[in-house]
Design a protein around this ligand. Structure first.
Ligand SMILES: [Zn+2]
Length: 199
């Protein structure tokens, strides 16, 4: 039987009924562009992340999983493992990284900023505030994660042009793809000033 759901990770929309020609693989132009963008990107991860025992798997519902298949938690260190072990696991669909207290690792999550026309201006404005640092394309292919160093104790959510910007620092896990955006480095820069400037 043919697959009847959109192939973009994170999209469960039904496919449009095909007329003549091949069955479509995506529900929309937006999903097709996002999936191709995600596939094209080269992958690599900063050593500042792979060197820490903060790794979990993630399932297709974006829930964190242990390498033995059970559920993991951002607040239960015994459910985390090394990057090597998580990367070797076949549980779920990919990797996740836990932002833990005291690590000074932060992530700025830009939702739905990669459009059919490219990077949304509000997202470019936020990227321009950041020194060169590791930026990855999200699992769905239409968002960005800006990774860096900053003391973020309490997460924040900011609205931008109808989209959401979230800043995370601890007690939270992030779905990691390692798909680098543009020509960003695979290193973490200090994002303290950029984070402070976002209100
Ligand atoms: Zn879709």
């Amino acid at each position: 039987m043919a697959n009847t759901l959109c192939e973009r990770e994170g999209c469960d929309s039904a496919l449009p009924v095909a007329g003549r020609g091949p069955m479509p693989r995506f529900c929309s132009t937006r999903c097709r562009v996002a999936a191709h963008r995600a596939r094209r990107a080269s992958t690599s991860l900063p050593a500042e992340l792979t060197g820490r025992r903060r790794w979990v798997r993630r399932d297709e519902r974006k829930a964190p999983r242990r390498t033995d298949g059970g559920f993991a938690s951002a607040t239960a260190p015994e459910s985390w493992t090394t990057h090597r072990e998580a990367a070797a696991s076949t549980v779920g669909v990919g990797l996740g990284y836990v932002l833990a207290a005291g690590d000074r690792v932060a992530c700025i999550d830009l939702d739905h900023c990669l459009t059919v026309d490219g990077l949304a201006p509000w997202a470019r404005d936020i990227l321009d505030r950041c020194p060169p640092t590791f930026v990855e394309i999200s699992a769905g292919g239409d968002g960005l994660h800006i990774w860096g160093r900053a003391d973020v104790v309490r997460g924040r959510r900011i609205r931008r042009d109808g989209s959401a910007v979230e800043i995370y620092g601890q007690g939270r896990y992030i779905a990691v793809t390692g798909r680098r955006f543009e020509d960003c480095p695979a290193t973490l820069a200090d994002l303290s000033e950029a984070v402070a400037s976002l209100t």
